[in-house]
Design a protein around this ligand. Structure first.
Ligand SMILES: *[C@@H]1O[C@H](CO)[C@@H](O)[C@H](O)[C@H]1NC(C)=O
Length: 395
């Protein structure tokens, strides 16, 4: 299972725990009117999903590693370029460290802690550790101004050989972007991850948080100044694995949105206002994934309008509402497909990642709507926060 799919599982578990509001007594939930009722232990799912990240750790493992059967690996990652790229996460059933989904994973883990960390109990600290493991790596990948290291491990060679990372003998090739070979997608997602993580550590480790935020600002500048899709320069080294199918506009807006939230610097709000239209703020979207961030940006910016009174972002409430309406069965602009059992069906491959990331947005938007006492209007159909949560819970 790719690492960003697991993060989606965490988000979903946390949201359900929160929505059910009975986290502390660890009870089993029974719901569903159609078919046999199913009980799920969401707390256990949350714990195991976060534990999963320890199994994906690359580099020198720390003494408090809980998944003891895993050993150190990838200890000379980066050495071919004479840089330190040890650490970070392997992606899936392979030993490649893919920068784009790793950064997206970090952004989403951070968002889940920011919104729902208060309900995570003992797992909050483990979730923070999982974010820090990624953020430490992203700091290394961005430590050399003018260059971002975006991948370690030759995916075509790696995929021919199924080995555990402790024993791997496939090429640990290093891939990078720079001014001549830009990658605004991976760079801006990295900026988003660092900015979101900076908020996670703001109260627990002030200097680390500041380092993350300053790096995020520098990386976003680079992403915006040298525009291009990383798959245009890296081609078969990143495609078809994590090819930037949706281009880089969505990531630039998402990066700016996270910096707008994490910093007090007005330049990001100005940037969003000046560039939102060109970067696709109004595009029709019904997906939220490691590739396409538009829906997440809308929910994030709608929060700033609804809860922080940033009036100039009002249009994003409309865009976020449209996204919700596209998912709402029976709404005039409904576009989403559901299986006969009620599961959101987005794509034939790895569909559950879209189910879980969409469910996270539904729960998160429902939370913002509840706090600001708003509903979504889809033509003559009203979507209350309760209705939105019901759709997410059925998934
Ligand atoms: C705000 O951000 C811009 C763009 O990165 C930067 O040039 C400026 O120095 C920042 N201002 C402050 C007060 O940090």
């Amino acid at each position: 299972m790719p690492i960003h799919s697991v993060v989606a599982l965490i988000l979903f578990s946390v949201c359900i725990i929160r929505a059910e509001g009975s986290y502390l007594n660890n009870k089993r939930y029974v719901y569903g009117r159609r078919g046999p009722s199913v009980s799920h232990n969401y707390r256990d799912a949350l714990t195991k999903s976060i534990l999963f990240f320890e199994g994906q750790r690359s580099g020198k493992l720390p003494p408090d590693q809980r998944m003891r059967w895993r050993g150190d690996s990838g200890l000379s990652d980066g050495s071919t370029e004479r840089v330190d790229l040890t650490g970070g996460y392997y992606d899936a059933g392979d030993n490649v460290k893919f920068g784009l989904p790793m950064a997206f994973t970090t952004t989403m883990l951070s968002w889940s802690v920011l919104e729902f960390g208060g309900r995570m109990g003992d797992d909050l600290q483990h979730a923070r550790n999982a974010i820090r493991w990624a953020a430490d790596y992203l700091l290394k990948a961005t430590a050399h101004p003018g260059t971002i290291y975006v991948q370690v491990g030759d995916p075509n060679m790696d995929h021919k050989c199924w080995e555990r990372p402790e024993d791997m003998d496939t090429p640990r090739s290093v891939y990078k972007i720079d001014a001549q070979n830009p990658g605004s997608d991976v760079a801006s997602e990295t900026a988003a991850a660092l900015a979101a993580a900076s908020m996670v550590f703001r109260s627990t480790d002030r200097s680390y948080s500041q380092l993350l935020l300053q790096t995020a600002m520098r990386v976003f500048d680079f992403a915006d100044k040298y525009r291009g899709a990383y798959s245009d320069s890296l081609q078969s080294d990143v495609c078809p694995f994590y090819c930037s199918y949706s281009g880089y506009h969505d990531e630039l807006l998402w990066g700016a949105a996270w910096l707008q939230r994490a910093s007090t610097n007005a330049s990001y709000l100005n940037y969003i206002q000046a560039n939102g239209h060109t970067l696709g703020a109004e595009d029709n979207v019904n997906i939220f994934s490691w590739d396409d961030k538009h829906a997440g940006t809308r929910v994030l910016l709608a929060k700033a309008f609804m809860l922080r009174n940033v009036h100039s972002l009002e249009e994003y409430k409309g865009h976020a509402d449209n996204f919700i309406c596209s998912l709402l069965p029976g709404a005039p602009t409904s576009q989403a497909q559901y299986t006969p059992g009620g599961l959101l069906y987005t794509m034939s491959q790895s569909n559950l990642q879209y189910v879980t990331s969409t469910s996270f947005l539904l729960f998160t938007y429902a939370k913002y709507l509840s706090v600001s006492k708003e509903v979504v209007r889809c033509g003559n159909v009203a979507a209350t926060p309760a209705r939105i949560r019901t759709i997410a819970k059925r998934q």
